[in-house]
Design a binder for this molecule. Structure first.
Ligand SMILES: CC(C)(COP(=O)(O)OP(=O)(O)OC[C@H]1O[C@@H](n2cnc3c(N)ncnc32)[C@H](O)[C@@H]1OP(=O)(O)O)[C@@H](O)C(=O)NCCC(=O)NCCS
Length: 167
């Protein structure tokens, strides 16, 4: 399996993969919107034998407490049903976090499965008194400091890229 940045030829496969994993068009459409609207964005695929079996996307986000701090949102991410629980998602998250760090982002946020993301070092965003604008349980909104201490003193709201408003 290889993790690499998406290329134009991957787009249909990425759309189909997100649709299959989420059983909905919504996340697949969000990926398309982010690709067009979010600059920069990170879009990585897991490829095996020429097939796209996993995908992860990151897009710039903002903190209400500090409009200058570079933070980024993780999502959507998806692994092909039938290929889940084989470490593909983990490899995508790890490669993605490295890519975010290289681009100079200081922290990553995610809304997702509370049993999944802590294994990569994510903690509850509420630890920093940072909330999402979505009405979700505390434990699904998590943050990861790429620069230790980056989120200290940044209490407030985190806003995903505006493309998420269409979700
Ligand atoms: C979540 C997802 C991306 C994980 O990818 P993966 O390749 O299966 O993940 P890994 O193999 O690296 O890790 C597996 C772990 O993910 C966690 N996990 C997977 N799906 C989960 C789910 N629906 N709810 C909670 N945890 C989940 C489990 O803890 C699992 O651990 P286990 O194998 O010990 O049971 C994948 O299951 C998926 O595409 N799900 C459908 C779409 C989705 O929910 N996307 C994420 C939105 S936050």
């Amino acid at each position: 399996m290889k993790i690499r940045t998406e290329v134009e030829l991957d787009r249909n496969a990425i759309y189909a993969l997100n649709r299959a994993a989420f059983e909905s068009d919504a996340e697949a459409d969000l990926v398309e919107a982010l690709r067009l609207q979010a600059d920069p964005h990170i879009s990585l695929v897991a490829e095996e034998a020429g097939e796209i079996i996993g995908h992860i996307m990151f897009s710039p986000a903002t903190l209400s407490s500090d409009s200058e701090i570079p933070v980024i949102g993780l999502g959507p991410m998806a692994v092909l049903p039938g290929r889940q629980h084989q470490g593909i998602g983990s490899a995508l998250v790890q490669a993605g976090l490295e890519a975010c760090k290289k681009l100079g982002y200081q922290a990553v946020f995610v809304l997702g499965h509370p049993q999944y993301y802590p294994r990569f070092g994510f903690v509850l965003a509420s630890r920093y008194d940072i909330s999402s604008v979505y009405d979700v349980p505390d434990e699904v909104f998590m943050a990861f400091e790429l620069v230790p201490g980056a989120l200290v003193g940044k209490a407030g709201e985190m806003h995903y890229h505006p493309a998420f408003e269409g979700l």
